[in-house]
Design a protein around this ligand. Structure first.
Ligand code: C2E
Ligand code: CA
Ligand code: CA
Length: 403
């Protein structure tokens, strides 16, 4: 019983009370409030397993509440409720997924008790167990405030090797076999513990430290890749920032490194976000073209989230489209996300680009991707980003030995 606690935030106390009555009849302990402040204090003191959140409230709208929940690293299962149209609900659910919140589903008002029962009985345990099993064993805590991390510390981190890389596998959707890895950077801060890239990459970009950081990522990930997979046809994906595109020497440096390590450039994919390629169109075009001419592959990351996707795709020499995880993570609940995914895959096919989806957390999403012809998948369902040695073990456990 103790693990069924539902906290309801709804400005209409009648609605909140009704949700509570329905849930209590199914054995839930419930607390309902229309006060965001009380809601957040109950969140800390009462630690609900589930939250029912009204999107439209006069004091603080649902999106603000979700941002705050994310800031507090809330792990409760969240049901979003509202009378707004399905497009807005979909958008809100995508925004929640972007904030790494656990969304169980959407309760559109007016609702029937059976709809609430169904949402409350969604079994998210499988996913929880899976995440716990795969938890990075070196994680010392994250969610640090970027403002407290300063440039001097980041420079020290680059020089003193406090930054390290983890590798997340990518599989072929049809055969389920590994096709490569994406290198993702982490910062093991001596005092603050583990810091995630979203909390220091922007600082690196602002301070000019992104060039040495990218050099370090390229050098170390290629070294790792060469040591284990130089003769394979696996691919290594590396994230390149917009600011790196101003440095035309990057292409030469990468090509030299590939030559000295014996890695074919065609095994390397540079991932760029759409927004990053838009910032300086001419510089982007120059560097990206040089990279392609040297044989490297290029992926347009987070595809679907920028504003000129089509334009970037046609103008720049990409070889892969990577469908953003905000669509993939909501594919089960949202018909719109499924439609977006389907059309991105078609677009990829008609432009002869390979298609990859990130943020795959559920077997049915993998099945859907397979059914629409998406070629590759990456996500917690397959594996979390792993330390270098663990990734090698994972590969040997999952690779098909060809004869
Ligand atoms: P990204 O390139 O879009 O990388 C995917 C992010 O999604 C990673 O977060 C990964 O851990 C996470 N992810 C993968 N599968 C799932 C899933 O199934 N569910 C969920 N909820 N998340 C999933 P991470 O490692 O925190 O990286 C965040 C961003 O930081 C990256 O987004 C990338 O833009 C940037 N980044 C990471 N490493 C580097 C780097 O070496 N250089 C640069 N410039 N940027 C980096
Ligand atoms: Ca990426
Ligand atoms: Ca991405």
């Amino acid at each position: 019983m103790a693990d069924k606690r539902l906290l309801i935030l709804d400005d209409d106390l009648m609605v909140g009370g009704t949700i509570a009555i329905i849930a209590e009849s199914a054995g839930w302990e419930c607390k309902a409030t229309d006060e965001p402040q009380l809601f957040f204090s109950l969140l800390e003191t009462w630690q609900p397993t589930h939250i029912a959140l009204d999107l439209v409230m006069p004091k603080m709208d649902g999106v603000e509440v979700m941002v705050e929940l994310s800031r507090r690293a809330c792990s409760s299962q969240i049901i979003i409720s509202s009378g707004v149209g399905s497009r807005v609900l979909d958008a809100a659910s995508r925004s929640a997924a972007e904030h790494d919140l656990n969304i169980v589903g959407i309760l559109s008002k007016p609702f029937k008790p059976s709809m609430l029962h169904a949402l409350l009985s969604v079994n998210t345990c499988d996913r929880k167990v899976m995440e716990d099993d795969a938890a990075e064993d070196f994680a010392l805590g994250s969610g640090q405030d970027e403002s407290v991390v300063c440039e001097v510390e980041l420079l020290r981190a680059i020089e003193q090797r406090e930054l390290f890389l983890v590798y997340q596998p990518k599989i072929n959707c049809i055969t389920n076999t590994p096709v490569g890895f994406e290198a993702l950077v982490r910062w093991q801060h001596p005092q603050r513990g583990l810091i995630m890239p979203n909390d220091f990459i922007p600082l690196a970009e602002r301070s000019g430290l992104i060039d040495p950081l990218t050099d370090m990522v390229v050098e170390r990930s290629l070294g790792w890749f060469a040591a284990h997979f130089a003769d394979s046809n696996l691919q290594l994906s590396i994230n390149i920032s917009a600011v790196n595109l101003k440095n035309l020497l990057l292409a030469d440096r990468m090509a030299d490194l590939c030559t000295s390590l014996g890695v074919a450039p065609g095994n390397l994919i540079c991932e760029l976000t759409e927004t990053s390629t838009m910032e300086d169109p001419v510089a982007s075009l120059d560097l990206l073209t040089r990279l392609r001419l040297k044989g490297f592959l290029l992926s347009i990351d987070d595809f679907g989230t920028g504003f000129s996707s089509m334009l970037q795709l046609v103008r720049l020499p990409f070889s892969e489209i990577k469908i953003d995880k905000s669509f993939v993570m909501t594919a089960l609940q949202s018909a719109e996300s499924r439609a977006v995914i389907r059309s991105i895959v078609e677009l990829g096919q008609s432009l002869s680009l390979s298609t990859s989806a990130e943020g795959v957390e559920h077997p049915r999403v993998l099945e859907f991707l397979r059914s629409v012809g998406c070629e590759r998948a990456q996500g917690y369902l397959i594996a979390r980003p792993m330390a270098a040695a663990t990734a090698i073990d994972w590969y040997h456990d999952h690779a098909v030995i060809s004869v």
